[in-house]
Design a protein around this ligand. Structure first.
Ligand code: ADP
Length: 186
């Protein structure tokens, strides 16, 4: 099954810059895909269209059976519920503990509160950070912060994980660890 199907996608920003020009891209369930290219070639724009941070100017985009290009703004949350997103700068909440950062992302609809802590513990254990559950992000290394961000991204078991330069702020060895973790999740 296709998880991403982008056809004739074009994005022109309001300042007139064409960031994407007639892009066709299909990605199947289970694939692990890298997007590479020079700075300014449109990688971030492409990624942002997948979770509707940016809307295509022209073309069609289906993500996990949702019609992203035609989606109303009020329905975007449905798309984001199905995607885990990891950023270069982690985007953790500074005044919240590791536990709080992850539980905050947990979709708690139809779930028994007694299971929240177990689920958060489970994902933190998976990324190797169960022992840091009660600390604040400032007490963690960059690699550890990215692991928390990854735990947050997978806590709802999304069909798709998107990472925009997830190792951009990390040293080479830590970068390998993070990429191995993403492979393992896949
Ligand atoms: P990459 O991630 O490959 O470096 P980007 O997607 O960030 O490329 O940028 C592609 C092009 O779109 C660049 O020319 C950039 O200046 C332009 N661009 C990116 N974001 C915006 C924006 N919000 N408004 C206007 N132009 C933008």
């Amino acid at each position: 099954m296709k998880i991403i199907n982008m056809q004739h996608a074009t994005k022109v920003y309001e300042n007139g810059v064409t960031a994407l020009n007639d892009v066709n891209l299909t990605i199947d369930e289970g694939e692990f895909v890298y997007i590479t290219g020079p700075s300014g070639s449109g990688k971030s724009t492409l990624i942002k269209t997948l979770y509707r941070e940016e809307k295509l100017t022209k073309g069609q985009l289906i993500v996990n059976d949702l019609n992203v290009s035609a989606m109303k703004n009020r329905d975007i949350y449905k798309l984001r519920q199905e995607i885990g997103i990891v950023f270069q700068d982690y985007k953790l909440l500074k005044n919240k503990t590791v536990y709080e950062n992850v539980v905050y992302a947990l979709d708690v609809t139809d779930q028994d509160p007694s299971t929240f802590r177990a689920r958060v513990y489970e994902v933190l254990k998976f990324v190797g950070l169960a022992h840091k559950i009660n600390v604040f992000p400032s007490e963690l290394s960059g690699g550890e912060q990215q692991r928390v961000a990854i735990a947050r991204a997978i806590v709802n078991q999304p069909k798709l994980i998107i990472a925009d330069e997830p190792t951009g702020n990390l040293d080479p060895e830590t970068s390998w660890e993070i990429m191995n973790l993403l492979e393992k999740i896949n």
